[in-house]
Every structure is written in C-alpha cells, then in structure tokens.
Design a protein. Structure first.
Ligand code: P6P
Length: 332
C-alpha cells in the first residue's frame, strides 16, 4: 500500500476522529505549508542571510535568531488569514496575537514555538516547530486571556515539525501518535511511523548536567539514580542535544527520560527554562498518547492550570518506568 499523506491518514481514520472536519483539515494543511516554507529556509540557512541574531531580545529574554523571526512571521502571516482561528499565541510574542476582523475568525486557538532550539542553528543541529491546538470554549469577543489559558488536557491536537536529517511531522489528535517524513520528490509528508508507542522503560537519560550545582538535593538524587549502575537496573547512557524537539523525538522513539528540572540560577525563573504552553503541554500530550508520562515533579503536566502565557515549568517526560522513579524520589 502506498504511503499515506497526512490528510489521507486523517480522513482514513475519520470515523473515530471527530476532528477530521473540513476546518481542522484546512488548519493542518496551513501548518504543513508553513512548515515547508520554514524547512526550506532552515535547510539553506548556511547559504542565505538567515543565520545569526537579529539583535532583538524576545519576551523570554533571549537573543532572537533571524530564523526564529522568519519562522514566526511565516506562521503568523499564513495562519492569521486561514479564517480558522480566534487567536494565536507565539513563544516569540509577549501578548496574544489577535485575528484582524477582515480575515474572519474560527473556533480554534493555536499555540506555537516557531523555531525551538534555534540557538543551535549555526551548528546545524536539528531544531523544530512545536504546536498545540485548542477549541474555543465560550464566545467572548474580543477574546480574553482567561479563555485561552486552558489546561494541556484540553488540547484537541499537538505536534512538532523536526528539521533534521529529514524533515518530519509527528502529531496526535488524541487517536495515537503518528509520524510523517517529508518526501521532497512529491512535496508531501508521507506516513513513516504509524501509531508510535514509547517503550515502557529505556536506557537513556537526558538532562543538562552542567546545572548540577543549581539543583536541590532531591533533584541531585534523581540524576544520581540514573548515573549509578545497580544490580537489576540498566546502565543508562546520557544523551543531551540541547534542542527539545530533537531530545524529545529520540526519547519518544527509543524510550528513557528527558528532564529539565527547576534550578536556582535565576530567582525570577525558579521553575526552570521550559514553557508550559509552548513546550511542555504539546510534548506531554504526545507522550501520554504514546503510552508515556510527563510531570513537573509532582503532578501531570496536562493537569496544570496555566496562569500566564509564558509561565515556565519543570519537565520530566518519557517512559513510565523512569518518570515514576522521579515521582517516587520527589515523594509525590
Ligand atoms: P539549556 C532551546 O533553547 C531550549 O528552549 C530547548 O529546545 C532545549 O531543550 C533547552 O532550551 C536547552 O536549554 O539550558 O540546556 O541550554
């Protein structure tokens, strides 16, 4: 059987997938087209004047890379005109992105990190676009922030595009996790990883050990657990790319755990670096759909009620066995 495109796969499962409506399919298509444009720029980054920094600082206090800015503009431009959204939130924008009246509004809310891991671009490390889709709850007009600050468990879909040795789309609409690989010869993402399930346990732990001195004692105990061989426990390898989409993708396929614990470096960011809406929630939705777990050290990521568009959260995500060990040591 020839490999299915994303839309063919979505429609094939239409009966069990309430989301396989025209509007959702259109939204997914717009995201795919934006990703193709971004992938083209990422793949030619060394040859175009898109490497380096814009000189601006974003709401996260980070240097804005030219490709970050490009990816953000492509996504906003295309999706604002889709007529399918009632608002958007980008990791690069301080406030909600309204949909101008003339473009028409729909019933979905899109949250995205346009190019996560972009500080790695110059070194040609895999980076990615992360997205979450929520459904409108009530009809406040203009949209109010409280309406869009929904728990991750309310996501109707989530996924990422991975710009690596090949360009991939991995996403879920709540009916399992499916991976598609871009085939430049036909210009389509084709089904390559149907129904991804994360191994029950793994042999890889992924964390930036350079922050050891910033962690509390319980966190150090957790990292020491994965570093210390014991009878009956696998010897774990440490893999850390420093690009969430790449580190998560490896964890999803191979098993194990990715960790970004809270650290005490910056009193303003005691919860660590990763953002709840743009990074933790979409990855948590995917990993739970694949049979894994995602917690902040005490509770499921998907159960956290967001208070702010850019709030940060500690993240422990991956195979059940490893994440449950984290909860055990934290005493959750
Ligand atoms: P650190 C990239 O900047 C990012 O947001 C994620 O993609 C990645 O997991 C993390 O930061 C890496 O952070 O502090 O280890 O460099």
């Amino acid at each position: 059987m020839r490999q299915l495109t994303v839309i063919e796969h979505l429609l094939l499962h239409q009966k069990e997938n309430p989301l396989a409506t025209g509007n959702f399919t259109h939204l997914l298509n717009e995201l795919i087209l934006a990703a193709k444009i971004i992938a083209r720029a990422v793949n030619k980054a060394g040859l175009m004047d898109v490497l380096g920094e814009t000189g601006e600082i974003n709401v996260q206090g980070e240097q804005v890379q030219k490709l970050d800015d490009f990816a953000n503009r492509v996504l906003i431009h295309r999706l604002q005109r889709s007529g399918l959204l009632y608002a958007m939130a980008s990791e690069e924008n301080a406030d909600l992105i309204e949909i101008p009246e003339q473009f028409g509004r729909g019933n979905y809310f899109l949250v995205f990190d346009p190019l996560d891991g972009s500080s790695n671009i110059a070194a040609n490390v895999s980076i990615g676009t992360i997205f979450s889709i929520y459904r409108r709850k009530n009809g406040s007009d203009p949209v109010i922030l409280s309406e869009v600050l929904q728990k991750g468990s309310e996501q109707v879909a989530a996924g990422y595009f991975l710009y690596g040795s090949s360009t991939m789309l991995v996403y879920s609409t709540g009916q399992g996790v499916h991976g598609f690989t871009f085939d430049p010869s036909v210009g389509e993402f084709l089904l390559s990883h149907p129904d991804i399930k994360i191994p029950e346990k793994g042999k890889i732990y992924s964390v930036n050990e350079g922050y050891w001195s910033y962690w509390d004692d319980k966190t150090k105990e957790i990292i020491s657990y994965f570093k210390t061989p014991e009878p009956g426990k696998p010897t774990y390898s440490l893999r850390y790319i420093g690009s969430l989409v790449a580190d998560f993708h490896r964890t999803l396929l191979y098993g194990g755990i990715f960790m970004y614990p809270k650290d005490l470096r910056d009193p303003k960011k005691p919860t660590g670096k990763l953002r709840l809406l743009y990074e933790a929630n979409p990855m948590a939705f995917l990993v739970e759909q694949a049979g894994g777990m995602a917690v902040d050290g005490e509770r499921p990521i998907l159960e956290i009620q967001p208070e702010d568009l850019h709030q940060r959260v500690p993240l422990f995500i991956g195979s059940k066995t490893e994440v449950q060990k984290v909860l055990e040591i934290y005493g959750a």
